[in-house]
Design a protein around this ligand. Structure first.
Ligand code: ATP
Length: 286
């Protein structure tokens, strides 16, 4: 399995997408006129306050939700339902507890009718790639949270996704494990070059990982700014304290705070669900 033959990064497009949720009088707009264009192999982070619709946008790109307006596509094909070409990774793993790590990872190929020897060979290679060689016969409950997420990523990658949609995949991990997982993901992405769209509300995480960070406003989510992140790769933890990194963090924080304050009264008027949530606490100090 050479890395280039294994996955191919797709071109993801969202054009003027608005998404509504809820029924009847409770229906409300979660996302408003969002456009996003990811180049093949690009790493994009969606950064925004809690409830702004980041997961909703990812769910729509995964094909689980249909927009009220606008178009979603992958490599020029409209997105009209779930497809393993668009692999989704959540904060909490979705592994089968009764299956071994190897069987969990190989499952996608089993569903496609690939014979056992071949699917296990691919699963072993992927497990080695995510740093879990030697854990093939373990069960999910025997692994740490970080290891379970590594299995989850391998389980999704076995379907050769053209885009990885990641919804705060490291949000439940402790700080050190999270830092290791970010480095592992960057290493994996460098080898595979699949397109990644990664949701987070952690500014450090977004700037450490992404080529571009898209900042969303409070609900209804709109893209208020696109920041290009040009720090050299491979990236390392030392960059987090570079003056340029800190300056970009300040910019993100200012954008998020400004927008949260500006939209607060409008949000209280428009949402049938009551007053807006208090502004989120950001996970770093400048
Ligand atoms: N099925 C649903 N029906 C009604 N409202 C929903 C539904 N799913 C999500 N919402 C609401 O839509 C809004 C956007 O939710 P979403 O989970 O996309 O936000 P988010 O930016 O990912 O938040 P977080 O960072 O907290 O995960 C929230 O106010 C949420 O309560």
């Amino acid at each position: 399995m050479s890395s280039t033959s294994f996955v191919h990064g797709g071109r993801v497009e969202a054009s003027h997408v608005s998404i509504e949720l809820g029924e009847g009088a409770q229906r409300f707009e979660v996302l408003h006129d969002v456009s996003l264009h990811a180049r093949p192999g690009e790493f994009i982070c969606l950064l925004g306050p809690s409830g702004c619709g980041k997961s909703t946008l990812l769910g729509a790109l995964a094909g689980h939700l249909r927009p009220a307006r606008g178009v979603l596509g992958l490599d020029g094909e409209p997105i009209d339902g779930p497809d393993p070409q668009r692999g989704l990774v959540f904060q909490h793993h979705t592994l089968f507890p009764w299956k071994t790590v190897l069987d969990n990872v190989a499952y996608g190929l089993k569903m496609k009718g690939v014979d056992r020897a071949k699917r296990e060979q691919q699963a072993r290679k992927l497990l080695a790639l995510v740093g879990l060689a030697g854990f093939e016969q373990s069960y999910p409950r025997e692994l740490s949270g970080g290891m379970q997420q590594r299995v989850e990523i391998a389980r999704v990658l076995i379907n050769h996704p053209r885009v990885l949609l990641m919804d705060e995949p490291f949000g439940a991990l402790d700080a050190l494990t999270r830092a290791h997982m970010q480095e592992m993901l960057l290493d994996l992405w460098t080898r595979l070059r699949t397109t990644i769209i990664f949701v987070t509300h952690d500014i450090d995480e977004a700037l450490f990982l992404a080529d571009r960070v898209l900042i969303l406003s409070p609900r209804p989510g709109r893209i208020v700014e696109e920041l290009r992140v040009d720090f050299e790769r491979p990236r390392h933890a030392g960059q987090l304290t570079d003056p340029d990194f800190v300056a970009l963090k300040r910019r993100c924080l200012a954008l998020l705070r400004h927008d949260a304050q500006r939209d607060q009264p409008a949000l209280e008027r428009l949402t049938p669900l009551g007053p807006a949530q208090p502004a989120p606490q950001w996970r770093f100090a400048l």
